[in-house]
Design a protein around this ligand. Structure first.
Ligand code: TPP
Ligand code: MG
Length: 674
């Protein structure tokens, strides 16, 4: 914590401002307004408080800084450059260009010093809550001495848009409830958004709202660096509540466009830039960094290095005095899993029939024993999603040692908080709700995929077989809609063995989120050939029952609850002289990624193919071909008992067999598909 001489400090702040402005001018694209208005607060947070070691940007004890209003990325890149975290001037000069490390919005993994991918407003806010939660949970596991290793803070700079988005309300409510005193959020309240003044759409007192949510709230002039410093210092002192600093600022500070939406999202233009330089007394040379400013940041980096070294000494002492706890910490930090994880999980449930949600619940118990980093919870649905770790307690304000999280009915925030937990490490989070409500989490699921974070989304009640709750609770388009997200593995297991393999895939794959779509209704345990290797399931699809090559009339592909239906229909077809192979396809994406030879062995081109899944049909065309048959549901569902729906919607073995028979006959007569 060290305050600079005011004149030098102003030069540091203006350096950030103009680096951002110049990057945006050169790119002819970007958002100068917030970058200029929030530069003071951002500088004070970084220089006076943020503890980082530029030589070790992944040091686990570092403070985290989140720019939730990711559109102000130029400001973050200017900070990262100044702080020596690994961006050169040439990176700032290629802002927003092809393959640059300075993309339009910050992307974690691409740019050193970027802690999360932000831009979809509100997400970064909620990620920070997940990071704060992870730090507290880790601290609680290390005992009073080890806890000192987890005292880092989560700083976030959030904008009007972040504050307006509902996800921030959810996340703030949970953070207040949990008393996450390690959060220090600065709200850049410039009262301008894209369409103009926030008066157009918002009239509440945001500070009072956060007070009501249990936050420690302060209000400052965001251009008074001393006031910002004092507020952040008080926020850092506050241990029991998250902190929220309403920092009133002027968007586009110092420019002729100050206080107007005109400077929100486009370059100022050369004339306005020149005028701003005159107004703030800044030299004309673009990308100018005064030597004394560089020296300030060098001293800052030294402080960070010292702090990191001290942390490492503490960690060593801790390891010596508490080898067991330290070993536990280490076990969590290295993503090492037991070699036989998959076999262990399979053994936990093999041969059992049941709803796949319930089988998943059993797998979770075993996984929790084998993977200490596994933590999870649901949006108030654990009794339905079966996501509770039975022998473990809760993570709550009073004690963060438990492994069960209660997110409340807050799916948006839950998913983004899980992303934050995964970003922070060392935990492997999972979250649960009904598949139909994945829509409430979709932005965060998408970001988990984009950020390549191993979050597991346990989504139960995966079809119209939900029954009486009716169409509002019956997913139809959701499976395919999730399969369309690049980099997201969507599993819909059919029985106990597939559930176990899906969980193993989720836990064994480090850089990928997984969806497990699970049934509410009971399903039988599938019969498999003797010597069947469950690892085959990892290929996404496999043959469950074969017919001699050249003899097959049709291949039936099922997923989840429709695999046993396919088997029953195949049995009926056999009685009518139709030889059907049956394929289970729990993960379409994994199957599509398999080699051609394997795919051909599972779905031979010359055999007509039928896909059966209780959901929309059209996307299955990519697998069954234009002339293939898809048995699914292209309307919303209905409120009625599941068995009635099975009949009415054509999902009995009889109905399925009859449709396939008719379709094959039509094909033979030339009237239909071949
Ligand atoms: C979820 C989401 N909706 C919309 C946008 C598009 N958008 C970018 S910035 C912004 C609002 C700008 O207001 P504010 O957050 O106050 O930023 P400032 O104008 O002060 O820079 C919007 C609507 C977005 N990035 N994310
Ligand atoms: Mg604003």
């Amino acid at each position: 914590m060290s305050r600079l001489d005011p004149e030098l400090r102003e030069r540091c702040i203006n350096t950030l401002r103009f680096l951002a402005v110049d990057a945006i001018e050169k790119a002819r694209s970007g958002h100068p307004g917030m970058a200029m208005g929030a530069a003071t607060a951002a500088f004070v947070v970084w220089h006076d408080f943020l503890c980082l070691d530029p030589a070790r940007p992944d040091w686990p004890g570092r403070d985290r800084f989140i720019l939730s209003g990711g559109h102000a990325s130029a400001l973050l890149y200017a900070l990262i450059h100044s702080a020596g975290l690994g961006l050169g001037i040439e990176d700032l000069q290629s802002f927003r260009q092809w393959h640059s490390r300075t993309p339009g919005h910050p992307e974690v993994g691409l740019t050193p010093g970027v802690e999360t991918t932000s831009g979809p407003l509100g997400q970064g806010f909620a990620n920070g809550v997940g990071m704060g939660l992870a730090a507290r949970m880790l601290g609680a596991r290390l005992g009073p001495e080890g806890e000192a290793l987890c005292r880092h803070r989560i700083f976030a700079l959030v904008s009007d848009g972040d504050i307006q988005e509902g996800i921030s309300h959810e996340a703030a409510s949970l953070a207040g409830h949990l008393g996450l005193g390690n959060l220090v959020y600065i709200y850049d309240s410039n009262r301008i958004t894209i369409e103009g003044s926030t008066d157009l759409s918002m009239s509440e007192d945001v500070g009072r709202r956060f007070e009501a949510l249990g936050w420690f709230v302060q209000r400052v002039d965001g251009h008074d660096a001393d006031a910002v410093h004092d507020a952040v210092a008080r926020a850092c002192e506050e241990k029991a509540r998250p902190s929220f600093i309403v920092s009133s600022s002027h968007i586009g500070y110092g420019s002729p466009k100050q206080d107007t939406a005109a400077c929100h999202g486009e370059p100022l233009g050369p004339a306005a830039v020149a005028e701003t330089r005159r107004a703030l007394g800044w030299p004309a040379e673009p990308f100018f960094v005064p030597e004394e400013v560089r020296a300030v940041w060098r001293r800052w980096a030294e402080r960070g290095r010292g702090a990191r070294e001290q942390w490492e000494r503490t960690a060593e002492r801790f390891a010596a005095s508490h080898p067991e706890l330290a070993a536990r910490l280490l076990a969590m930090q290295s993503p090492e899993l037991p070699d036989d994880l998959l076999a262990e999980l399979v053994a936990a449930v093999e041969g059992k029939a049941g709803a796949t949600r319930a089988l998943s619940g059993k797998v979770i118990q075993r996984a929790a024993e084998l993977v200490p980093a596994l933590v999870g919870g649901s949006a108030d649905l654990a009794p339905s999603t079966k996501t509770r770790i039975d022998r473990e307690g809760d993570a709550a304000a009073a004690s963060m040692g438990g492994r069960n999280l209660h997110f409340g009915v807050r799916e948006h925030a839950m998913a983004a908080i899980a992303n934050g937990i995964a970003l922070h490490g060392p935990f492997r989070p999972y979250v649960g709700t009904f598949l139909v409500f994945s829509d409430y989490m979709r932005p965060a699921i998408r970001l988990a995929a984009f950020m390549e974070r191993p979050v597991t989304f346990v989504l139960t009640h995966d079809s119209f077989f939900v029954g009486e709750d009716g169409p509002t609770h019956q997913p139809v388009e959701h499976l395919w809609s999730l399969r369309l997200v690049p980099g997201l593995a969507v599993w819909r297991p059919a029985d106990a063995v597939e559930v176990a393999v899906a969980w193993a895939a989720a836990l064994e794959t480090d850089g990928k989120p997984h969806v497990l779509a699970l049934s509410r209704q009971e399903l039988p345990a599938l019969a498999r050939p003797a010597g069947f290797d469950p690892r085959v399931i990892l290929r996404g699809a496999y043959v469950l029952s074969e017919v001699d090559r050249g003899e097959a009339d049709v291949t039936l592909v099922g997923t989840g609850s429709e695999v046993s239906l396919a088997i029953d229909a195949a049995g009926l077809l056999a009685g009518r002289g139709v030889r059907a192979r049956v394929v289970s396809m729990p993960c379409v994406g994994a199957f599509l990624a398999a080699d051609d030879g394997y795919r051909e062995s599972v779905l031979p081109r010359e055999v007509p193919t039928v896909a059966i899944e209780a959901g929309v049909t059209e996307p299955w065309r990519s697998l069954v071909g234009r002339r293939g048959l898809v048995i699914g549901l292209d309307t919303f569902g209905f409120s009625a008992p599941a068995e009635t729906l099975r009949q009415k919607l054509g999902f009995t073995p009889d109905q399925v067999a009859a449709r396939i028979e008719g379709w094959l006959a039509a094909a033979r007569s030339g009237a239909g598909p071949t």
